[in-house]
Design a protein around this ligand. Structure first.
Ligand code: UDX
Ligand code: ADP
Length: 463
């Protein structure tokens, strides 16, 4: 099938950047991104592309080029579904917060809603592409809804997991390591795969486009994220051992990373991984394993999450212990709130949990993050439901200026590895703080020797 119109349901961190790049690279295809959230769509349509709702380096330029030409953002979900030959589903699939599988399984209610909507509207054959991370065998559920509630038209379901990392989404999309497309082994399934391969081959070489069956594709996404997260929990486990023994985790990481079988990436010890994928996908994997009675498999992967939670807790405990076992009424400044640099996304950011622990000890938190608003920060804390939103508001504030944020603080905690933190006038910051002045570097970001020479008590993860 020659593809001329694509629709994407969900204008979030995955749908937005992915469709922007497809539109830029395929000017002959009309790409419409739809979302129920009008505020989000309005922001995508803001005349100033610097105000688009998602911050990603390079994204606003691509949106400026393609928007209005062949890239459209709209709340008219029905029309976009009706017109498109390929429909991407990029809605959120959070971990369930209720019922069976609570805290583990993925909540598929948004996916099901999309499937029902597509079934209702479609009047001709469609290719439906799963883009969101989903538990294995979701495609089957989508197919069953489409086939049994639709208007008798044919649907082909493809799994095309997204491997982009936030903060580098644009470069990851432009130069992917691979594109994975899973589809049915039938002739129709293979034709659908070819249609999607043709879209990507506008800028990705054929040898990087892998085709598999649906289940392999779905499971590969979970496996990739589990392996990546496992590396972080492994290095974080070693970081605690380094702190006890006098070894230095950065030196250990460099030493093992030079072994080409291990490789140097994803070996940065940190206050713990965050983001919308790792925890959710591993919990999902654990849930799937348990549901097949594979308890050892489930326990093996669950340990990655246990280690990550421990790392966050360990960081807040270290701050409390070092500050003479009391942080009550002490100002502690967080540099960074996002789950990593170069994104305004805060989902599962370690900062949320560390702040929550410190507020429980009655600390006063001051936050500076170049891309995250106070509204977002407070919403993240409120979501934990540890205390009332008034109590959170009274315990945390944010600043637009990092020097103001650090003034009179007892300690600074680095939660995100934003590059700009390295270039600050640290002497000036030191002079404005309570003494002794502490820096707890949750990212191993700063120059320890420089900070110690100024007079800071400096503690990093893993040394
Ligand atoms: C991840 C996967 O990398 C991506 O392929 C998938 O599509 C979605 O999930 P993302 O969560 O956006 O992407 O960012 P990633 O760069 O993987 O970082 C995740 C978390 O791990 C961040 O909190 C990051 O700071 C942390 N991290 C990463 C470390 O603590 N140490 C490292 O060495 C690498
Ligand atoms: P991700 O990181 O997976 O992209 P986001 O939460 O950033 O997740 O984006 C998902 C988007 O999907 C949200 O903007 C949400 O409003 C949208 N969404 C969820 N369900 C539907 C639906 N049935 N129709 C249209 N949009 C939806």
């Amino acid at each position: 099938m020659k593809i001329t119109k694509i629709c994407c349901i969900g204008a979030g961190y995955v749908g937005g950047p992915t469709m922007a790049v497809i539109a830029q690279k395929c000017p002959h295809i009309q790409v419409t991104v739809v979302d129920l959230n009008k505020e989000r769509i309005d922001a995508w349509n803001d005349t100033d592309t610097n105000n688009i709702p998602i911050y990603e380096p390079g994204l606003s330029t691509i949106v400026a080029e393609a928007r209005g030409r062949n890239l459209f953002f709209s709340t008219n979900v029905e029309q976009a579904i009706d017109e498109a030959q390929i429909i991407f589903i990029s809605v959120n699939t959070p971990t369930k917060t209720y019922g069976k599988g609570k805290g583990m399984a993925a909540d598929l209610k948004y996916i099901e809603l999309c499937a029902r909507q597509i079934a209702k509207i479609a009047k001709d054959n469609k290719i439906v592409v799963e883009k969101s991370t989903l538990p294995v065998r979701t495609a089957e559920a989508i197919k069953s809804i489409l086939d049994n509630t639709g208007n008798g038209v044919q649907f082909q379901i493809l799994s095309n997991p997204e491997f982009l990392a936030e903060g580098t989404a644009v470069t990851d999309l432009l130069n992917p390591d691979r594109i994975l497309i899973g589809g049915d082994e039938s002739i129709e399934g293979q034709k659908a795969i070819t249609s999607l391969v043709d879209v990507y081959s506008n800028w990705v070489s054929k040898d990087k486009i892998l085709t598999t069956n649906v289940w392999s594709s779905e499971l590969s996404k979970l496996t990739a994220n589990a392996f990546l997260a496992q590396r972080i929990s492994s290095i974080n486990a070693m970081s605690e051992l380094c702190e006890k023994t006098g070894a230095n985790i950065t030196e250990v990481a460099d030493a093992i990373g030079m072994d080409s079988r291990i490789g140097s990436k994803f070996l940065k010890a940190s206050v713990g991984f965050g983001g919308s994928c790792f925890q959710k996908d591993i919990l999902n994997l654990v849930y799937i394993a348990k549901s097949y009675g594979l308890n050892e498999v489930a326990d093996y992967w669950e340990q990655i999450i246990i280690m990550n939670d421990h790392q966050k807790k360990r960081f807040s405990n270290k701050i409390i212990q070092t500050l003479y076992n009391t942080v009550a009424d002490k100002k502690i400044t967080f540099l960074g709130w996002a789950f990593k640099k170069d994104t305004n996304d805060t989902r599962e950011s370690a900062a949320i949990y560390v702040a929550n622990d410190l507020i429980s000890e009655q600390a006063k938190i001051a936050v500076y993050d170049p891309k995250v608003s106070l509204k977002k920060i407070l919403a993240d804390l409120d979501y934990l439901e540890t205390r009332t939103s008034v109590e959170n508001t009274n315990s945390l504030t944010s600043f637009d200026n990092p020097y103001e944020a650090c003034k009179n603080a007892h300690a600074i905690a680095i939660l995100t590895e934003w590059d700009e933190f390295k270039d600050y006038d640290w002497q000036k910051i030191y002079d404005s703080m309570q003494k002794p002045a502490f820096v707890f570097d949750g990212r191993n970001l700063l120059n320890s020797q420089q900070l110690k020479a100024i007079g800071f008590v400096y503690q990093a993860i893993g040394s």
